[in-house]
Design a protein. Sequence first.
Lengths: 298, 526
Amino acid sequence: MTTIATTEKAEPARRPRSQILEFMRQQPMGAASFVVIVVMMFAGVFAERVAPHDPLDIDFGGILAPPSWEHWTGTDAFGRDTFSRIIYGARTALIIGFASSFIGSSLGALLGATCAYFGGRVDMVIQRFVDIMLSFPIIVLALVVVAVLGKWQVLGIDINLIFAIAIPIVPNVTRIVRSAALSVRAMPYIDAARTAGYSHLRIICRHMLPNLMAPYLIMLTAYIAQAILLEASLSFLGLGVAEPTPAWGLMLSGNATDFFREAPWMALFPGIAISLAVFAFSLFGDSLRDWLDPKFKV
Amino acid sequence: MIRKSTIALALTATLAFAGDAVAQTPKKGGSFQFAISAETPHYDCHGSDTYATLHFASPFYSTLLQFDLPKYPAVKGDLAQSWTVSPDLMTFTFKLTPNVKFADGQPLTSADVKATYDRLRNPPDGVVSTRKATFADIGTIETPDPLTVVFKMKAINAAMLEHFASPWNCIYAAKDLAADPNSPKVKINGTGPFIFSEHAKGSHVIGKKNPNYFKPGLPHLDEWKGVFMLQAAAMRTALQGGQVLAEFRSVSPPERDSLVQAMGDKLRIEESSWTLNLLLTFNTEKKPFDDVRVRKALSLAIDRWGGSAGLSKNSTLRAVGGVIRPGSPSATPEAELVKLPGFSKDINASREEAKRLLREAGVPDLKFTLHNRTIPQPYTPAGIYLVDQWRRIGVTAENKQFETAPYLAGLNSGNFEVAVDFSNLFMDDSSLGLSKYLSLGKSSENKSRSVDAELDSLYDRHMRETDPKKRIVLIQAFEKRLFDQSYQVPILWWHRIVATHKTVMGWEMSPSHNLGQDLAQVWLNQ
């Protein structure tokens, strides 16, 4: 009771700026991770302006050069600037991370809300399917999907890879959103909407989903980290994006393993980038959950 | 970055060890596990170009002749106990070894050899023989008795004896071919040192000792297992950990250095130039690659000399050459090579010419997909390099890599625009080296789908030419025409580096990874 009262009182008074300041005060780690994410997004979006070199430029005269003022994180086995490749790699990671997390979480939220709304046989069938999907480790499921779908590249981005990463996200989000949606389903306004004769689709999309935005956003953010990690893992295994597209996982495989003694920077810096991105998104997701979920505010 | 001292040490150790090997008596028995870095799309030697088929199937089959690897390119008998060649080179008579049996128990006769070579030179509808052009000169095949085969030629082919030693000419049973001409694609029944036991797709192939093998005392091994390892890192780790004892295709220079450093004197490294050429193939049936200006521009943009210096440090690519292996007797010397389109050392001038040709052709900012293979060495470095080279003339290429089966299916069906292709030879003779570039219909190895009567004519003339000097002139004319038209152009020739545990004995290194893979002589010194 106290929790609800606090939330109800505080929310109408908040303005966006004060909300941000409040978030920073209450979740300093979340705020710090948000800064990292913003920097990554900036680097990804403005890679052409930020990167000191063209990430595809081969320079056999500068093969495996160690970190220097010219090449901040050294060069790879083709003399390509690894710092520029990391910056462009942020673009690949964010596009695939955001796209797959968005598709997976949105589909999961829709299925979760549908299960909760209809209940009965619909809920039973979808939930058993979700059980089957959840029995597979997320990487195994992604590997299976990649193997089945193959590759479909558009502008160097593998569209099927996005779906391969999105599909394993769906069952996890479905399960969590369903549990939140069950309480929304019991609200009087849903009954009112049904009495008013609104269609099922309208009730789910207009009345239920907006009220599930908090768990949805939390899952969306948290699964971006998972998606980035999955993309890196699949690229490392040769099933993700293809050379010469700059991608962090790809930078860790191939020549990075061949030359790890002579040029450890080839694996070190992309590894740091992956860790930092995953850490930042996970931490931000956690902070967002703590901030948005009333239960954590007690 | 290559540690010359460690390599020198390893090579010295190899030579010293080779001396030991000669002195040792082979030990019988044991199970030999080795890595194969690609999985064969089918079992048929006649219809394949890839080592993936030979490293899988060679131990199960025999051929008429074999290359004598310590004396390469000399040949020796395999199924043939003896043979004679008429002075005019028009008749080849082979006496077969008696009492040879196929794995299913049926005896081998001259009829099986005839059926095999009929399939190779004139495949029935629905059967692919990539050796069709090679054996087009055979007029008739006679079988006067069950152990004699006589090949009568329509025209002279000076390298015919070597062609009879091709590892691709697996001898099949006539009865099997009569029942289903395509049966060798899915069923293995040979007279080789091992009998097919198991193929777990995506995992491994197992061969068991053939107790009825016709060569006394062979094979030494009880069993072998070829494990498919498509990831170079996995293969290297397995080799280092002893899960596999060899990989017979090649490792890259950095992989070699890493293995030498990790394994020291437990490892044997053998190196050789390689009868394998990475090619750029344009699909001449697709626009704009039906335009010679576009094809030539894309070839001109590639800095082969600079690429050779750079790629030799991180890949199995090394030598710059034409259609014949650089350094071999018929190869075009460097002084002549640099005059050919795409081989000039003035890369800036070549690229200006390339840009002009693309403008003329109306595609100055051309975009296309490069059909490539997922095998890391050397396909991935080649893809990276080509994309970079074309960017320098304003061309955007997307490097798409496929597993062996879909890669070959795309090449064979013409479902590609530009492809990284290969010329996988087992000897240096030009009759083999040039055959890939013959018109579609004459050569099923020609993936560019080009038809060029001038190239066909030059090939025929060179085949009939017995004067070696005049033959070389014709080879060079062939190369000039080929590179002017740029249907298929060499990128770089490969360099072979084979790493084996020192417990693996009896295997012979050669310039071709297609040769010496029947494993009959291999034994384990454990």
